[in-house]
Design a protein around this ligand. Structure first.
Ligand code: NAD
Length: 303
């Protein structure tokens, strides 16, 4: 069955370039009306240029789609709300939010100013939060919403010089992990994309020979799937690069259970450290509470 978005209205933040541009074009090519949001600054978020969003709108329209430009920054509560307002003023509804806008201010932590740390948190984390907050009552009222946030391997795996970026990207996973419970009964699904693609953000970092396959348009189909009615999962992290897709999940080891009626010493942790951290026993994490009843039963503490 062909997946389409007729009558659906989508916002794609940071849609003037790179991944966001491809997400917006793909959704529009399948019938979605798209707010192409982008203030058009440099990779570090400095400067602005309306032409960046305008050009993508022109491309969508030239291909027969519907789109409107918005130049507001996601990094401020009022201007983020204005992105949502653009959708409502133009088409009177909103169904999909692709929170893709991003910046980089990489530096070793010792040299990183708190201004650069906070700015990156503001764009990635708070920018997503502000847009979701403005969209939330609309989604709830319509009993429908699809939110896709953009996380990164820098959060889940780590990367030198990106403590600000990694912190912000990882926080987004926590954000959707909790909010999915509040969205569930309103058919609001929140999922995350963990992409790798050759864009201006990464073009100098990718190994030659590989980079040419990492075209952003090869990532967008998984975003479009998560933005569709067909997507029935929430809280998933889906990785996509060069046409390869996979799920990222947290795991927890079986661990070691000590008798909770007796003291636990630091040395007991040291002596059992290998067993506590042995990934061979790991299963998808349901949190420590998921393990605790089983372990207390094994210890004969509860029935
Ligand atoms: P990009 O620089 O090509 O695109 C990012 C876009 O976001 C730009 O057009 C920029 O103008 C816009 N933007 C920046 N600040 C904004 C703000 N305050 N409000 C609205 N828009 C703003 O980079 P990209 O690689 O396409 O990145 C897209 C997203 O994917 C980002 O969130 C990035 O962190 C994430 N990401 C990318 C990769 C990758 O390999 N390219 C890997 C992991 C995560």
């Amino acid at each position: 069955m062909t997946i389409r978005y007729d009558n659906r209205v989508a916002i794609v933040t940071g849609a003037g370039a790179g991944l966001g541009r491809e997400h917006a074009k793909l959704l529009a090519s399948r019938g979605a009306k798209v707010v192409v949001n982008d203030p058009g600054g440099a990779v570090d978020g400095r400067g602005s240029a309306n032409a960046v969003a305008d050009k993508v709108v022109e491309e969508i329209k030239a291909a027969g789609g519907e789109a409107v430009a918005n130049y507001d920054s996601v990094a401020d509560e009022k201007s983020a709300a204005n992105i949502v307002k653009t959708a409502m003023d133009t088409w009177g509804r909103l169904d999909i939010l692709v929170a893709n806008a991003g910046v980089l201010r990489d530096k070793a932590f010792v040299n990183m100013s708190m201004e650069d740390f906070e700015f990156v948190m503001k764009v990635h984390l708070m920018g997503t939060v502000y847009c979701t907050k403005a969209a939330w009552p609309i989604f709830r009222e319509r009993q429908y919403g699809r939110v896709i946030v953009t996380t990164s391997g820098s959060g889940t795996v780590g990367n030198f010089g990106q403590s600000n970026y990694g912190a912000a990207k990882m926080a987004l996973n926590g954000f959707i992990n909790c909010l999915r419970f509040e969205g569930a009964k309103y058919n609001i699904m929140l999922n995350a994309l963990s992409p790798s693609a050759k864009t201006r953000m990464t073009e100098n970092l990718l190994p030659p020979g590989v980079a040419e396959y990492m075209r952003p348009e090869l990532v967008s189909p998984v975003v479009a799937y998560m933005a569709s009615e067909e997507c029935k999962v929430s809280g998933y992290i889906l990785a996509g690069t060069a046409g390869t897709f996979a799920r990222v999940q947290y795991f927890m080891t079986e661990g070691v259970a000590f008798d909770p009626d007796k003291p636990v010493t630091i040395e007991m942790i040291q002596e059992n450290f290998e067993k506590i951290t042995d990934l061979k026993t790991a299963t998808p994490s349901v949190g420590l509470m998921g393990n605790i009843e089983r372990q207390l039963r094994e210890l004969g503490k509860i029935k």
